[in-house]
Design a protein around this ligand. Structure first.
Ligand code: NAP
Ligand code: MG
Length: 400
């Protein structure tokens, strides 16, 4: 079979630790024998970020803007311990944060479902995709601990000299105070990313906030979504046969739990943080969660939702066998290859991505899986067989 070719480079971002090892094996075993990779390569591994003073991350973000599609391996976000371990000159920022800021994107997370791993909510038959707003609110807050009798106020000083002040609370004996913000531009980008992704994946979109209590702040989110929808998306949604619904967050939680899945759930930053952990856990495993960053102007970056699996890496480095789940990383590659195929109009590439996903799912459904899934797997007549990291990839290749 001749290898599949495509004209526009895909931005490939290599990462750290165990996922760096899996990355090379996935390419060697499952992709390079079939696809003639045309990539613009960036090594985002921590040693390379140190060596380039993190310029490599900014270059990678620019490349995604240029070519439109990227695939990223998990990377270490340095903390004090990593600064020592890697002898870093600086505690470099999270590459994901840097790329997200450059693309002004929204992160969509969806689980890979397989027959045999039953969600903790058994009515969930289809994936629920969480769309989390990635800017502002409590993540960019300003807090004061009040340690006596005091008045807390909120003040806005306009550039044109106007001033607006409101009293938040009168303290007797101390307390706490917090200021949070968001911007119309960021909320609008979030809305557009959500509407575009819904059209792209032909799924209904639900958005929820607490606008009954937060009558100005959350209301602004609701109104901007409604305006953008009315102006630019209503007709497109109608033609695609999908819907946009706004509900109160409490109603939304109840509806999600009772649903059978198959929709996009858009949430503000904090709600998305909490609910994505809830949804990932309820579907069974973080190792099966995929993630894609979509910018409002339609640039895509695919990755796994989990980290670099450090504990497994230390064992691998000591020459021990590991059984690390590569599903989310494989799906990052298939997501990126399919999107490249769609944009370049190369059907064979989309077809290859579909087949690799199907082979991966089929491998698990027929009982072959990494150790993390063995305890979750229940299927009549199939006894799960635990495989090591490399054996699992070779088994997928057999099915492919
Ligand atoms: P993690 O790498 O996701 O791993 C946490 C634990 O979850 C693992 O020790 C393992 O449990 C289990 N696990 C996660 N992925 C798995 C997989 N594919 N197969 C099997 N088990 C899996 O999170 P972390 O240990 O908190 O973070 C490690 C590093 O990753 C950190 O340096 C962090 O900065 C980075 N990180 C990067 C990203 C990203 O690039 N997107 C995201 C999160 C974290 P057992 O050990 O019990 O088997
Ligand atoms: Mg969280």
């Amino acid at each position: 079979m001749p290898k599949i070719k495509y004209p526009t480079p895909l931005v490939e971002m290599q990462g750290d630790e165990m996922t760096r090892v899996l990355w090379d094996w996935i390419k060697e075993i499952l992709i390079e024998p079939y696809v003639e990779l045309n990539v613009d390569f960036y090594d985002l591994g921590l040693p390379a970020r140190e060596k380039t003073a993190d310029k490599v991350t900014l270059d990678a973000a620019e490349a995604i803007k240029k070519y439109g599609v990227g695939v990223k391996c998990a990377t270490i976000t340095p903390n004090a311990q990593r600064v020592e371990e890697y002898n870093l000159s600086k505690m470099w920022l999270s590459p994901n944060g840097t790329i997200r800021a450059a693309l002004d994107g929204t992160v969509f997370r969806a689980p890979v479902l397989v027959d045999g791993i039953v969600p903790f909510i058994p009515s969930w038959k289809k994936p629920i995709t969480i769309a989390r707003h990635a800017y502002g609110d409590v993540y960019r807050n300003c807090e004061i601990k009040v340690d006596g009798d005091a008045v807390g106020e909120l003040t806005v000083r306009y550039k044109d000299g106007r001033v607006e002040t409101k009293r938040i609370a009168e303290f007797t004996g101390g307390g706490v105070l917090q200021g949070i913000h968001n911007t119309d531009a960021s909320i609008e980008s979030f809305a557009r990313s959500c509407f575009n992704f819904a059209l792209d994946t032909k799924q209904n979109l639900w958005f929820a906030t607490k606008d009954t209590i937060s009558k100005t702040y959350d209301r602004r989110f609701k109104d901007i979504f409604a305006q953008v929808f009315e102006k630019d998306y209503k007709d497109k949604f109608g033609k695609a046969g999908i819907s946009y619904d706004y509900t109160l967050i409490d109603d939304s939680v109840a509806r999600v739990v009772r649903s059978d899945g198959g929709f996009i759930w858009a949430l503000k930053n904090y709600d998305g943080d909490v609910m994505s952990d809830m949804v990932a856990t309820a579907y069974g495993s973080l190792a099966m969660m995929t993630s894609v960053l979509v910018s409002p102007d339609g640039k895509y970056e695919y990755e796994a939702a989990h980290g670099t699996v450090t504990r497994h890496y230390y064992r691998y480095r000591d020459g021990e066998e590991t059984s690390t789940n590569s599903v989310a990383t494989i799906f990052a590659w298939t997501g990126a290859l399919r999107k490249r195929g769609e944009l370049d109009n190369v059907k064979a590439l989309c077809n290859f991505a579909d087949k690799l996903e199907a082979a991966t799912v089929k491998t698990i459904e027929s009982g072959y899986m990494t150790k993390d899934l063995v305890g979750l797997f229940r299927k009549d007549g199939v006894t799960p067989v635990p495989l090591n990291s490399r054996e699992f990839l070779l088994k997928i290749k057999e099915n492919l």
